[in-house]
Design a protein around this ligand. Structure first.
Ligand code: GLC
Length: 423
């Protein structure tokens, strides 16, 4: 009997070799044209324009493994859709290495669009712990953390100082200052990213988490959003628009538009990622020297930020997987991670950089940012994350535009999410 099993196994191995595919659907030979060669790197909009010059450095040193940068739109959702279409296209794909939003790892891995990676080729032990979890699916590494992120509240230091008040720690303080102080200085009160796209999901999740609520539990299996805390969180955002301390313009803001409003001196408070703090404080910004940043407020004290950032993944049909892994190792090396911060204004994933005296002197917010990242809450891990996010965006936008009360909106969201998890 034993030889039959052995023969069966031999046949399987033969089939794998002949077709060139392992059982997981990933090409077993590492790509028909070999492990090393040119690559494409697809990324969402490079808002600080640092990635091209950084890759030029790699290209000069590796002429046989040149990387072509493919820059996709600023909106996370549009980028995800373009990547998904490309990855589904198998052999006709254009993207080899993909800089994916942290919350897409589960979906892309579950769909077999990206390939598992060998842990020992990457400096995982040197990274902040929460970021490594975002790159893992069913115990395997499917991407390598590259950039992390946590939301901050930016405020106008000059205006609050003139009024003799400290930066807000609670929603009540934020609302009071946004309503009473901002108009006296010709400013709108508060904005975040409220256009219906991933940014709104982030802002809504932060409001819900800050109030002590959640959206999904048990790795996306259980719907937990129908709670007083979620109603309070959505209520906070809806009240802002209704009462006017969130300007209606903000309903169309993504990261860049909201940063521009703050940087042009039109806003008292802005929720955004650290890159906006760097941009608003830089030469050329109308509010340079007048910008402060604190953790996001919540109902009774500091609130909860969502964990943002991106991971580098290798497409299941990538042409040169060895070069892809070498490029990822380069982009997560200490030298390049420093440049991600100093040139890209993006939070690096390597833990030691947050304690580096030279960097802390140049970027004094690093220790606070490290705490925010460590305390940040991840978005739900779900193979249907894109649909979860679409439901959150649609429902919260309806609540913010007054089409539905926060109570009705949260009930509807619970129903929509339940329908998704039962399919
Ligand atoms: C930033 C974050 C990312 C998030 C996106 C939302 O790019 O790093 O995680 O999904 O903003 O707009």
């Amino acid at each position: 009997m034993r030889w039959i099993h052995a023969a069966g196994r031999g046949l399987l191995v033969l089939v794998v070799i002949l077709t060139g595919y392992a059982a997981s659907g990933v090409r077993a030979d590492g790509g028909a044209t070999g492990g090393r060669g040119p690559l494409t790197l697809a990324t969402a909009g490079d808002l600080t324009g640092y990635l091209g010059p950084l890759l030029a450095g790699w290209n000069r040193a590796h002429p046989a493994e040149k990387v072509t940068l493919v820059e996709l739109p600023d909106s996370a959702d549009e980028t995800r859709a373009q990547m998904a279409t490309d990855l589904r296209d198998g052999d006709r794909h254009r993207f080899d290495v993909l800089n994916i939003d942290v919350n897409w790892t589960t979906e892309f891995a579950a769909a077999g669009w990206i390939r598992p990676l060998p842990r020992d080729r990457f400096p995982l032990g040197a990274l902040l712990p929460p970021v490594v979890d975002t790159a893992t699916y069913e115990g395997r590494l499917y991407a390598v953390p590259y950039v992390t992120n946590a939301g901050l509240l930016l405020y106008r230091k000059d205006v609050l100082a003139a009024e003799g008040v400290p930066p807000p720690r609670t929603w009540a303080e934020l609302e009071r200052y946004a309503e009473a102080i901002a108009p006296k200085h010709g400013l709108a009160g508060y904005a975040g990213q409220f256009l219906p796209y991933e940014g709104l999901t982030v802002n809504a999740a932060e409001a819900v988490y800050s109030a002590g609520g959640s959206i999904l539990g048990d790795e996306g299996e259980r719907v937990t959003v129908d709670s007083a805390a979620a109603r309070e969180g959505v209520g906070f955002l809806a009240r802002g628009v209704r009462e006017g301390w969130i300007p209606r313009d903000a309903l169309a803001y993504k990261e860049e538009e909201s940063k521009q409003a703050f940087q042009d001196g039109r806003l008292l408070f802005l929720r955004n990622w650290p890159y906006a703090y760097v941009g608003a404080s830089a030469e050329g910004s109308k509010v340079a020297g007048k910008v402060g940043a604190v953790p996001l407020p919540g109902p009774d004290g500091p609130g909860t930020s969502v964990l943002g950032g991106s991971n580098l993944a290798v497409g299941a049909h990538a042409r040169h997987p060895d070069s892809a892994a070498r490029l990822i190792a380069y982009l997560t090396s200490e030298r390049v991670q420093r440049q991600v911060l100093t040139r890209g204004a993006l939070p690096p994933v390597r833990a030691d950089l947050y304690e580096d005296p030279e960097l802390v002197a140049a970027f004094p917010y690093l220790p606070t940012l490290r705490e925010s990242v460590l305390a940040a809450a991840p978005r739900p891990k779900s193979p249907r994350y894109d649909q979860v996010s679409l439901a959150v965006q649609a429902v919260v936008h309806d609540a913010m535009t007054g089409r539905q009360t926060p109570e009705a909106a949260v009930r509807r969201l619970a129903r929509e999410l339940a329908a998704l998890s039962h399919r």
